[in-house]
Write a protein that binds this ligand. Structure first.
Ligand SMILES: Nc1ncnc2c1ncn2[C@@H]1O[C@H](COP(=O)(O)OP(=O)(O)OP(=O)(O)O)[C@@H](O)[C@H]1O
Ligand SMILES: [Mg+2]
Length: 267
């Protein structure tokens, strides 16, 4: 299987790649125009295109966006398009006017991505070293340790600074992974199921941290979640079903639509 490779033909997707969108200079918006992602499955009769996301059109400008939907519906794939971790097979993605494929460095310095599984992004033996690594291009070596401690302190986890990351609990690791991303001061913060490992206190801490990032630093936050109460934090919510955005509304409306969908599927 090949992920993110342009298929020879995408059923029902004629000409999307050439359509494109143009962004106003300096605009702050995440724009998807007719974006599709799929994989080619090897079969005895040749490659068969299997869609993962189909014809996604979006213009996201709100500070807090939630993405909800069933397992396997396409949420993580959608989020990974935001910083080029996944490539669109057709259509166009523009992040504040930047193309994640053509300008990967600029997009990645703007978009911070927090994975569901913190093990996917923590590479150093201790939280302090991990944050110091994140800071290496922004903070002189002599000041890095204090700056890293300040980031950990902001999330209330300075006491974990010199513990082994392997000995931390899942929730502690999730907060350290968030700290490592916040250390590089992203303008857009993408979080894939950020509350899965968190207890009630840390979930509340995360909520306050996100509110603060939006209100004080003007960060735009986009997160996927199965925590429907947490989704209510957003200004706008999308429901993904089988690779399509089937609802784009207020969180309350989106959650109601998602519940209807699940109930109708199971009846
Ligand atoms: N690299 C890949 N190669 C092939 N198929 C993939 C790949 N990544 C994802 N998929 C498939 O794409 C579909 C959507 O996956 P995705 O991870 O985006 O779902 P999700 O909505 O995030 O699910 P969950 O709630 O379980 O995290 C799934 O059927 C998945 O198996
Ligand atoms: Mg996912």
């Amino acid at each position: 299987m090949i992920f993110g490779r342009r298929p020879t033909s995408v059923p029902g997707e004629g000409g999307a790649a050439s359509k494109g969108v143009s962004a106003a200079p300096g605009e702050q918006a995440i724009r998807f125009t007719d974006v599709s992602v799929g994989v080619l499955d090897d079969t005895p009769t040749g490659d068969v295109y299997r869609p993962i996301l189909t014809a996604v059109d979006l213009a996201l400008t709100e500070p807090k966006i939630a993405i909800i939907g069933a397992n396997g519906s396409g949420k993580s794939t959608l989020l990974q398009l935001f910083n080029g971790l996944v490539t669109a097979n057709s259509g166009q993605v523009l992040i504040d006017g930047l193309d994640p494929m053509a300008q990967p460095g600029q997009v990645r310095s703007r978009v911070g991505f927090v994975f569901t599984d913190p093990a996917a992004q923590l590479v150093m033996p201790t939280p302090l070293e991990d944050i110091e690594l994140s800071l290496r291009k922004r903070v002189p070596k002599a000041e890095r340790r204090d700056a890293a401690l300040a980031v950990l302190d902001e999330l209330g986890i300075a006491d974990l600074a010199e513990r082994s990351v392997y000995e931390l609990s899942g929730g502690q690791r999730q907060l350290v992974a968030l700290a490592a991303v916040l250390a590089v001061d992203p303008q857009i913060l993408v979080l894939d199921e950020p509350t899965t490992l968190l207890d009630l206190r840390n979930r509340e801490k995360l909520r306050l941290c996100l509110e603060d990032l939006v209100d004080r630093r003007g960060v735009r936050v986009i997160f996927s979640t199965h925590d429907l109460e947490f989704a209510e934090l957003a200004d706008r919510a999308l429901v993904v079903d089988d690779g399509r955005i089937i609802c784009d509304a207020t969180p309350a409306e989106a959650v109601a639509e998602y519940r209807r969908l699940i109930m109708s599927d199971s009846s």
